[in-house]
Design a protein around this ligand. Structure first.
Ligand code: PMV
Length: 304
């Protein structure tokens, strides 16, 4: 055992394809140059602390974080199970930026480094996926894939993610405009609408899939203006599923008005975060979004 193990999990945004990806469609997701960091040291009793979110957990305690911590400790080597893990998030939680998957990946890596356990990316992703099932219910696995692998990924549920090469990092601004319901609730809500209106929702999902295919080509050839238009269209389709809110609409309009190539909600919706693709305009877009947001950052999409 070394004295301290460290790990990083990357936060993500979904460029196109959220929700449809839960039902088998493709999605494009990009790692942010921000994430969640974990530091693990030996301790008499296992404990996980996230001072920035004012939470603590111990295995056997109540709540999702305690259950996730227990699952991650069980998967680790025995010598990495009596630990205190301190978490430093660089992104807000419950906002659509994949903070829970990033936390899981960070803890898995910190525990593995502490005990000298060699872990493949596939194994890290699989363990993080089990954690995500606790946090999110029927999660597609997209957050765990990006948190672990970084880069810009084409993701289809149940298939290995494919790295999209091309022009990343893409210049963008991410803004959290308001709090929102947990991902599991939003996913369940869309599933209910799909069940009630299979034709209408099926057609929306089919169009989203076509947008994702087109977007992949635009990333590859660096046509960010067209990529932005595809993101705008994806946003309108998500609005038709009642996933947008007045605050998200205001922020997307404000970003487009000062030069963003495209703007959309990202993640589960119903509040949370929006993303604006803004080559050459990221300073102006960040300034326009600041008064409308709880948290805003200029980011490079698809790093790592
Ligand atoms: O947890 P979020 O807000 O990053 O949303 C994840 C994306 C969804 O498609 C809504 C759910 C999923 O598991 O793919």
């Amino acid at each position: 055992m070394i004295a301290e193990g460290r790990g990083l999990g990357r936060a993500k945004t979904i460029l196109l394809g959220e929700h449809a990806v839960v039902h088998g469609g493709p999605a494009l997701a990009a790692a942010l140059d921000l994430g969640v960091r974990a530091r693990a040291v030996a301790a008499p009793e296992p404990r996980l602390r996230v001072p920035a979110w004012d939470v603590e957990a111990a295995p056997g305690g109540g709540g999702d974080l305690a259950r996730v911590f227990a699952v991650l400790l069980d998967a680790a080597r025995p010598e990495a199970r009596r630990v205190e893990v301190a978490i430093e998030p660089e992104v807000p939680s419950r906002a659509g930026l994949g903070s829970s998957a990033a936390l899981a990946v960070a803890v898995i890596r910190a525990l593995a480094e502490l005990s000298g356990e060699p872990l493949s990316e596939d194994e890290i992703e699989a363990r993080a996926g089990r954690a995500e099932a606790i946090f999110h219910g029927k999660a597609s696995g997209i957050d765990a894939a990006v948190a672990c692998r970084g880069g810009l990924l084409r993701f289809v549920r149940g298939e290995p993610p494919v790295r999209v090469e091309g022009c990343p990092p893409l210049p963008a601004v991410v803004a959290q405009v308001e709090p929102r319901a947990p991902t599991s609730e939003m996913v369940a809500r869309v599933a209910r609408v799909y069940e009630a209106e299979p034709r209408r929702v099926g057609a929306i999902f089919a169009e989203i899939a076509a947008l994702v295919e087109a977007a992949e080509g635009r990333v590859a050839d660096g046509d960010l203006a067209e990529l932005g238009r595809l993101m705008d269209r994806n946003h309108r389709l998500l609005s038709e599923l009642d996933l947008s809110t007045p605050a998200l609409e205001r922020a997307c309009r404000a970003a487009r008005a000062v030069g963003a190539a495209g703007a959309k909600l990202t993640g589960a919706g119903g509040g949370g975060c929006m993303i604006a693709l803004c080559p050459g305009y990221d300073e102006a877009v960040a300034a326009a979004l600041a008064p409308l947001s709880l948290w805003v950052r200029r980011v490079g999409l698809g790093r790592g």
